[in-house]
Design a protein around this ligand. Structure first.
Ligand code: ZN
Length: 244
C-alpha cells in the first residue's frame, strides 16, 4: 500500500471513529409465540441491560446527527451511536420512558397502514398490536423522531418502480404531518435494490440498511446492526465488546 494511503487509513482509524446505528423491534416482559417473532423481539430487562452495556462505550445521538457527522469532515474522537426501532409495535411505547431517562434519542420507523393499531402482518400467528395514530401523534418529545418503513410491511424489491414509488409517497403523505417526522426510510428486512435506492435518492429520502456494518461516511445509505435478544451476542461480538 502506498505511504499516503497508509497514513490516510491510520488517520481515519484514529480520528474518524465508526458510528454504529442499532436496531430493535418489539420489547415485552415475556415472549408470546402468537404475538412475537423471535428475531424481532427483546425481553424488557435484557433490552435495558443491552442499552446500559452500549452506553459504556457509545455516546448516543439522534439519527439526524449521525447523518450530519457522516457527511462532515470534522474529526470524530468519540464513538457515536444512534438507536432506531422498526415496525411500530405498541410494546415499544413502554420502553420510551426508559430511553428518555437514559437521554437516548430514538427514531421509530412506521408502516402507516397499521396505525389503526391491530392490522395483521404475515409471519405472526395473531394480529399484532401496533402503535395507533393517536399514540404516535402524542409522541412529541425532542428525543423521538418518526421515519418511514413502507406503507405496509412488505418486500420493496418485489415491487415495480410504480408500486414502490406509490408505497413511499403514501407513507410520506400519512406520516409527514407528524411534528417529529424525518425523511428517512428503513427498508423492511433491509431488502433494497438499485431501483429502490434510485427512487429514494430522487426524493431526497435517506435509506437505512440492515447489513450489520459500521458507518464511516455517508455513501448513499446508513448501515445498522440489530440488538434484539436473538442477535445481541452476535452484534456484541462484531463490534468487539463483551457483556461483562
Ligand atoms: Zn420491519
Amino acid at each position: 500500500m502506498p505511504i499516503v494511503q497508509k497514513i490516510k487509513k491510520k488517520y481515519a482509524k484514529r480520528f474518524r471513529k465508526p458510528i454504529e446505528v442499532f436496531l430493535f423491534h418489539a420489547v415485552t416482559e415475556e415472549y408470546d409465540e402468537k404475538q412475537n417473532m423471535l428475531i424481532d423481539w427483546s425481553q424488557t430487562e435484557d433490552f435495558k441491560k443491552h442499552i446500559h452495556v452500549l452506553k459504556r462505550r457509545y455516546t448516543f445521538v439522534s439519527l439526524e446527527e449521525v447523518y450530519r457527522k457522516l457527511n462532515s469532515r470534522i474529526p470524530r474522537w468519540r464513538r457515536y451511536a444512534a438507536l432506531t426501532c422498526d415496525d411500530g409495535f405498541s410494546s415499544v411505547l413502554d420502553v420510551l420512558p426508559f430511553l428518555a431517562k437514559e437521554g437516548i434519542p430514538v427514531t421509530l420507523f412506521i408502516n402507516p397502514k397499521y396505525l389503526d393499531g391491530v392490522s395483521h402482518r404475515e409471519g405472526y400467528a395473531e394480529n399484532q398490536q401496533y402503535i395507533t395514530h393517536d399514540q404516535l401523534w402524542a409522541l412529541t418529545s425532542p428525543l423521538v423522531t418518526v421515519g418511514m418503513h413502507g406503507y405496509e410491511h412488505d418486500d420493496s424489491t418485489k415491487k415495480t418502480a410504480e408500486e414502490f414509488n406509490w408505497s413511499v409517497e403514501k407513507c410520506k403523505e400519512l406520516l409527514q404531518s407528524h411534528p417529529r417526522f424525518v425523511p428517512y426510510y428503513a427498508y423492511t428486512g433491509g431488502r433494497h435494490s438499485d431501483l429502490t435506492q434510485q427512487i429514494l435518492h430522487q426524493k431526497r429520502i435517506i435509506p437505512l440498511m440492515v447489513r450489520g456494518k459500521s458507518n464511516t461516511k455517508y455513501y448513499g445509505a446508513i448501515e445498522r446492526r440489530p440488538i434484539d435478544s436473538y442477535y445481541w451476542e452476535k452484534t456484541l461480538k462484531n463490534i468487539g465488546m463483551s457483556d461483562s
